[in-house]
Design a protein around this ligand. Structure first.
Ligand code: HEC
Length: 104
């Protein structure tokens, strides 16, 4: 099990990989434009942000979501430990390749 999977437990209060909850699904996240999951009700701030999610943008966002996207409805303080962020991003990349995300 990747260490990042344990960190992802904090995200699962609001997110799942394969379906939308309070937050949008995370399957397909890497390479996706922010605010682009069809049918998910994003904040105007997220839709306007023009971010593309990759290792760098995720690292910045997860360190302080509201600092990077003021007005976002992701009311989460962020992860201050850069090692934990790196582990989490590695997990998100790997999870996108698993059957949970690639089936259908
Ligand atoms: C309190 C609930 C909550 C928690 C906890 C939370 N999120 Fe979110 N997340 C949201 C919401 C709501 C949005 C939509 C934000 C918007 O539209 O401004 C979001 C959006 C996102 C986005 C943008 C996705 C897209 O499709 O553009 C990413 C990336 C993200 N979250 C990652 C995470 C990760 C990783 C964690 C765990 C460290 C996490 N979130 C924890 C609620 C949460």
């Amino acid at each position: 099990m990747l260490k990042g999977e344990q960190v992802y437990a904090r995200c699962m209060a609001c997110h799942a990989l394969a379906f939308d909850r309070v937050g949008p699904r995370h399957c397909g996240l890497i390479g996706r434009r922010a605010g682009s999951v069809p049918g998910f009700d994003y904040s105007a701030a997220m839709k306007r942000s023009k971010i593309v999610w990759d290792e760098k943008t995720l690292d910045r966002f997860l360190a302080g979501p509201l600092k990077m996207v003021p007005g976002s409805t992701m009311t989460y303080d962020g992860i201050s430990d850069r090692r934990e962020r790196a582990d989490l991003i590695a997990y998100l990349k790997q999870a996108g390749q698993t059957a949970e995300c690639t089936k259908r």
